[in-house]
Design a protein around this ligand. Structure first.
Ligand SMILES: *[C@@H]1O[C@H](CO)[C@@H](O)[C@H](O)[C@H]1NC(C)=O
Length: 357
């Protein structure tokens, strides 16, 4: 059975696991250079056969594979997007019990948890973002700079500024995910909704930047272009949406003859609750605690926590171990004339807290 289109997309983040497992997730800025994985691709668009092969290696539905084969550069973009979504997920969940470690635990993608909702949204956001950037960076054959009207973009081209092509990437993604599926199934409705929350989050981060040209700031010529905000900001937006995600059930709208999502009614109210807003992430099932190893997470044993902030919640009441370790750092630094800084090495004891088993 072929996976539903949106599931195939969310499953993209699984492709990224080997690289991400190696990547330390601390200190990410969201501006990381995305490197394709060894053995799976090259930085430059692959030629002919190589490109087709890359498409075949991706976990895609048959239709998506066809679209991939038709568009040189897309396989690399999909891999970059997969990597980006996983890194961002791990960054945003670094202090949560579920830390987005998906390795061997993909059961979550088939459920209706808040975490599932986030994965769908961050995957579609990463693909929208990465594709729009790939267009403007000239890595795709079928798209280039943002050419939406009203932006003097042709003029911008003249000046060598190329806007991120969100229009193309959104259109592509809608096609890639396939026509809106039958509305009979609550899961499918929720997945599609969350996927679009991701796309919208990227769209809302689009900024117009202008630059003046002319004799000493006279601004005789002004060029403007549109640029996406760093993906870290989109990740933050989506994490906030996760924190305030709306639990939904469904009801058939008799007039329209299709299934609609509804928040549950308030206690004591006979009517169903309001429909979720377009920007809300929606979920159907309460999440497990993620405290103990399960098919959804490795549990929190061994997680490093902060004694003040996170140990009590992260360790689920099991307590934590304290270890001391010595860390070296630069100290007593002095500027030497001219022109370098001379430092000594100092050693400091630092306590590390980890959740008990
Ligand atoms: C998530 O937590 C598990 C332990 O519970 C750990 O093994 C894994 O490395 C963590 N993943 C990330 C990305 O931090």
């Amino acid at each position: 059975m072929r996976p539903p289109p949106a599931l195939a997309l969310a499953a993209l983040c699984l492709l990224a696991l080997p690289a991400a497992a190696a990547a330390a997730y601390f200190g990410l800025t969201g501006r990381e250079v995305l490197t394709p994985f060894p053995g799976l691709g090259t930085a430059a668009p692959a030629q002919g056969g190589a490109h087709l092969k890359q498409c075949d290696l991706l976990k895609l539905s048959r239709r998506q594979k066809q679209l991939c084969r038709r568009e040189p550069g897309l396989a690399e973009t999909l891999q970059d997007a997969a990597h980006l979504s996983l890194l961002e997920c791990q960054f945003q969940f670094r202090h949560e019990r579920w830390n987005c470690s998906l390795e061997g635990r993909t059961g979550l993608l088939k459920r209706g948890f808040k975490e599932t909702a986030f994965l769908y949204a961050v995957s579609s956001a990463a693909l929208t973002h990465t594709l729009a950037r790939a267009c403007s960076a000239g890595r795709m054959e079928r798209c280039t700079c943002d050419d939406s009207p009203g932006l003097e973009s042709r003029q911008a081209w003249q000046w060598g500024v190329c806007g991120d092509n969100l229009k193309y990437s959104t259109k592509f993604l809608n096609n890639f995910l396939g026509p809106k599926r039958g509305s009979k199934d609550l899961r499918a409705r929720a997945d599609a909704h969350n996927t679009h929350v991701g796309i919208k989050a990227v769209k809302s981060g689009l900024r117009t930047t202008c630059k003046c040209h002319g004799v000493s700031g006279s601004c005789a010529v002004r060029t403007c272009w549109r640029q996406l905000s760093p993906f870290r900001e989109t990740g933050q937006v989506l994490k906030l949406r996760y924190d305030s995600a709306v639990k939904v059930s469904s009801a058939t709208n008799e007039a329209l003859g299709r299934l609609e999502l509804w928040a549950p009614a308030r206690p004591g109210s006979p009517t169903k609750g309001p429909a979720p807003r377009p920007g809300d992430l929606v979920y159907m099932e309460d999440s497990p605690s993620f405290c103990r190893p399960s098919k959804y997470s490795p549990g929190t044993a061994g997680r490093v926590c902060s004694r003040e902030a996170s140990c009590s919640s992260l360790c689920c009441g099991r307590g934590y171990d304290t270890q001391s370790r010595l860390v070296a750092f630069s100290c007593h630094c002095q500027v030497q004339w001219c022109c370098y800084v001379e430092c000594q090495q100092c050693v400091q004891e630092e306590l590390v807290y980890t959740c008990k088993h």
